[in-house]
Write a protein that binds this ligand. Structure first.
Ligand code: ATP
Length: 513
């Protein structure tokens, strides 16, 4: 199946099974805003728990915070967001569609890279075992031609971005590369303009004199302005971290990839405060720790790669993305940045207050450096769904759609199904649910044939189903069915809790870290 089709299927699956709905749907939706349904909210909460616990429970020097969405507007002046949180946008006059100029160029770079990858794959197939990839890349004419075009474009693009960005040059690159609008197919482009991504609103009534405030575009600043409160009241010693999960808002120009790029989304950010000079060591460590967290979900190492930044944001001295293989290619899911002491110094400057840390070991005061790990809950959600969604042909000729979610993240852990709706089987099934619901999320279902009920649970990723049959009333055993293998085993009701809980709990994931 083409990857685009897979993506379309995932989007409609999310809607059909109560994971994600377009916001305000009965009013025809609101661009790039989505609501999470009954199963989506469970999966999302589990992702958040997995992240939170891996940070706050597993590290005794990381604590949590929940700061407000509204903050003093000067914070955004200090952080640079008022002046520099812009995207370069360009419109196609024929389709009237708006694009990010930088994204159009990055996609063009990716096209050259794809061409190279295809040449390599073709040759690998042709030469089999004897294939020497390194030599092929070094000597093959077509590969070298694509590579030199890619490198020249990349250099020109980096120069343009580093020069402000140079908006005229970005446009010229788009024209020179003959990049066309995917909708109209034309090169009828407008000028490139800068567009600030922050939403703003008014706080207070106008009679009192209202104040322009922003909806935060990242949760990090709430951590920075509270770092000393937390440090002092929690008696934290450097190095230490503050973790926060919360909503962020960006008026994204291009918002066409479902929950990949939203205008209202959720971030999980951890700022790790370190002694100046040690930051690159910590950066390396967090890069590894975070990748391990992703890989523990078991989707396979080939789904992940790092993308080290060549063009660094004004505040960073090292940065990398963890990218995940989505149906539309490798895409950023998490950013890890060495943010220097930029933010804290700026807040000192703008607030006029000292927020230096006093180091009792070296007897000196300094402004800590910060390593940030920043991941989008919604993007993580999308990556998990993409990797879990499978269509399988069964031995009996039927097919099934199954979400092979990591069991600990699945919205429902166990479905309890009476074989028939009579003879005391529903009562027995409800008894089981009532006993187990304190331990994990159970669902009772008695409607339709057992086969159909299994399919419904497969479609939402329930790792286990138990069927209560007439024998159960005599022997106190049920049939336990495994979602992935579809194998069934007879187990005692009294063993169910211990059998399942161990495999579906968040700690079962945490133990892999
Ligand atoms: P992009 O380059 O895709 O716009 P970014 O580099 O601006 O992302 P960061 O500012 O580093 O993103 O934000 C950290 C994380 O927050 C991202 O890795 C992503 O998972 C998430 N994120 C950022 N913007 C959005 C959005 N509009 N919708 C959903 N998640 C987002």
């Amino acid at each position: 199946m083409a990857q685009e089709d897979v993506f379309k299927k995932i989007v409609s699956h999310c809607k059909e099974y109560g994971f994600v709905f377009p916001s305000s749907e009965i009013y025809d939706g609101l661009g790039a805003v989505y609501d999470y349904g009954q199963n989506g909210v469970e999966l999302k909460n589990n992702i958040k728990q997995y992240w939170w616990q891996s940070m706050v429970l597993l590290h005794d020097n990381i604590v949590g915070l929940d700061s407000a969405i509204f903050m003093h507007p000067t914070i955004w002046k200090a952080s640079g967001h008022v002046d520099a949180f812009n995207d370069p946008l360009i419109d196609n006059r024929d389709s009237k569609k708006r694009y990010r100029a930088d994204v159009l160029i990055e996609e063009q770079i990716a096209k050259y890279e794809d061409k190279i990858a295809k040449e390599v794959a073709k040759a690998a197939k042709k030469y089999g075992e004897a294939f020497n990839e390194e030599e092929f890349r070094r000597t093959n004419g077509r590969v070298l031609e694509h590579q030199s075009k890619r490198d020249a474009l990349h250099q020109r693009y980096s120069d343009a971005m580093n020069a402000g960005p140079d908006l005229n040059e970005l446009r010229q690159i788009i024209l020179d590369e003959e990049i066309v609008c995917p909708i109209s197919g034309t090169k009828n482009w407008t000028e490139v303009r800068q567009f600030n991504l922050m939403f703003s609103t008014e706080m207070g009534s106008t009679a009192d004199g209202s104040m322009k405030v922003y909806l935060r575009p990242e949760t990090a600043q709430g951590i920075f302005v509270n770092y000393l409160n937390v440090q002092k009241t929690g008696r934290m010693k450097i190095p230490f971290g503050i973790a926060q999960i919360g909503k962020a808002f960006r008026n994204e120009i291009v918002a066409r990839q479902f929950i990949f790029r939203m205008r209202e989304f959720e971030q999980m950010e951890m700022q790790f405060f370190v002694k100046p000079g040690t930051e690159l060591e910590w950066f390396k460590q967090w890069k590894e720790t975070r990748l391990k967290w992703h890989k523990a979900l078991g989707f396979g190492d080939d789904h992940y790669r790092y993308h080290d930044h060549e063009k660094l944001a004004h505040y960073a001295n090292a940065a990398t993305d963890i990218e995940f293989l989505m149906p539309f290619g490798f895409k950023e899911v998490e950013g890890i940045h060495s943010r220097t002491n930029f933010d804290l110094s700026q807040h000192e400057k703008f607030s006029g207050k000292s927020i230096k840390y006093f180091d009792p070991e070296s007897n000196e005061s300094y402004t800590p450096f910060v390593i940030e790990t920043s991941i989008g809950v919604d993007r993580m959600f999308l990556s998990i769904l993409s990797a879990s969604y499978q269509e399988e042909k069964l031995e009996n000729g039927e097919s099934r759609v199954v979400l092979k979610l990591p069991a600990a993240l699945a919205p429902v852990k166990l479905a309890v199904l009476p074989l028939v709706k009579k003879d005391g089987l529903p009562e027995k099934a409800r008894e089981i649910v009532d006993a187990l619901k304190f331990h994990f999320n159970c669902r009772y279902d008695e409607k339709d044939s057992i086969g159909k009920r299994y399919r419904r649970q497969d479609a939402i990723g329930t790792p286990y189903c138990v069927t209560v049959d007439h024998e159960t009333l005599n022997d106190g055993c049920v049939t336990l069915r495994n979602r992935d293998t579809m194998t069934q085993e007879r187990v005692a009701i009294s063993d169910l809790c211990s059998l399942i809980e161990e495999r579906v709990s968040i700690p079962s994931l945490l133990k892999r870290l």
